[in-house]
Write a protein that binds this ligand. Structure first.
Ligand SMILES: NC(=O)c1ccc[n+]([C@@H]2O[C@H](COP(=O)([O-])OP(=O)(O)OC[C@H]3O[C@@H](n4cnc5c(N)ncnc54)[C@H](OP(=O)(O)O)[C@@H]3O)[C@@H](O)[C@H]2O)c1
Length: 265
């Protein structure tokens, strides 16, 4: 009989993960539970079983993956609690909700693992970072068996590292998209058609990503593009004079602080 994986919440991150899983061969039975019945059409597209209520498929699942917004965590954990068995491992991708907070809502002693990734899991082999409080070989093997097929697993030493990874890697794609939007709008402001501006900007970001991947250390790349007294140097000096590096670093620290206080308004 094939192993079962149940995912709670069929939103942005689950859709990205299912897109990644869809590209590989596996023999897992994947179930998705979401309270919104309209999400069934997404499940159908990925050929996974859909449930709009919590059922005993959960007690038969090797992995139960929580992918709901952090403010829904209590509702979801209370809903899965009656179906939990000692076969289960709970994996939470929710930003900022600690293992201790989740444990409070659960009656039986099942392993709970904090995980973090980002939406690029749909397109490429991305990292999945994880932390478990006390190392459990059985859980580690089950985790590797499933995730190693479509991602790279990285074990974190502390739960705090998961909060840092949330700010840097979980939110990370948004920082690049934000920059992309600034460049696109600059094309438009300089008189290019919107459609062309989008094409040129997207080509810039994917081309730049490719050369960063090929060169690993991007400092040398800047030297290859910017010559002394040239146009690139003029732009980079303006960015440095306005302390853009410090603004970006401070913004990431803000995201990190938020991940430690996720439910605070
Ligand atoms: N999106 C990212 O890039 C990203 C990256 C890293 C980590 N994460 C983490 O991943 C988690 C999910 O994020 P997301 O962006 O995928 O959220 P999302 O798009 O809002 O998806 C969550 C889904 O869960 C459903 N849901 C809400 N309450 C539920 C319940 N009680 N039982 C079952 N389903 C329920 C929601 O339905 P409704 O829409 O009807 O409420 C929605 O379809 C978050 O905790 C976030 O911190 C996200």
């Amino acid at each position: 009989m094939s192993s079962q994986v149940s995912i709670i919440g069929l939103g942005n991150l689950t859709t990205s993960m299912l897109t990644g899983i869809d590209k590989i061969k596996h023999n897992y039975k994947i179930n998705v539970i979401d309270i919104d019945k309209k999400k069934q059409s997404i499940a159908k597209k990925f050929n996974v079983s859909f449930y709009s209520s919590f059922t005993d498929i959960l007690c038969k699942s090797d992995l139960i993956i929580l992918m709901v917004k952090p403010n829904n965590y209590k509702d979801v954990i209370r809903a899965i609690n009656p179906f939990l068995s000692n076969k289960n491992i709970i994996l939470s991708f929710m930003a900022g909700i600690t293992i201790a907070e989740m444990k409070k809502e659960i009656n039986i002693n099942v392993p709970i693992i904090r995980c973090m990734t980002n939406i690029t899991i749909s397109t490429d082999i991305s990292y999945i970072f994880y932390f478990m409080k006390s190392f459990n070989k059985k859980s580690d093997t089950k985790l590797s068996k499933f995730f190693n097929k479509f991602s790279i697993l990285k074990k974190c030493k502390t739960e705090e590292d998961i909060n840092k990874i949330t700010a840097l890697y979980g939110s990370g794609p948004a920082y690049y998209v934000y920059f992309n939007q600034i460049i696109r709008d600059s094309f438009i402001k300089m008189g290019f058609k919107k459609k062309d501006a989008i094409d040129y900007t997207n080509d810039l970001i994917s081309g730049s990503a490719n050369i960063i991947k090929e060169n690993k250390i991007s400092d040398n790349l800047i030297n290859k593009i910017a010559s002394k007294g040239g146009t690139t140097q003029a732009a980079l000096s303006e960015l440095n004079n306005n302390k853009l590096n410090s603004i970006i670093s401070k913004s990431i620290v803000k995201a990190y602080k938020k991940s430690k206080n996720i439910l605070k308004k």
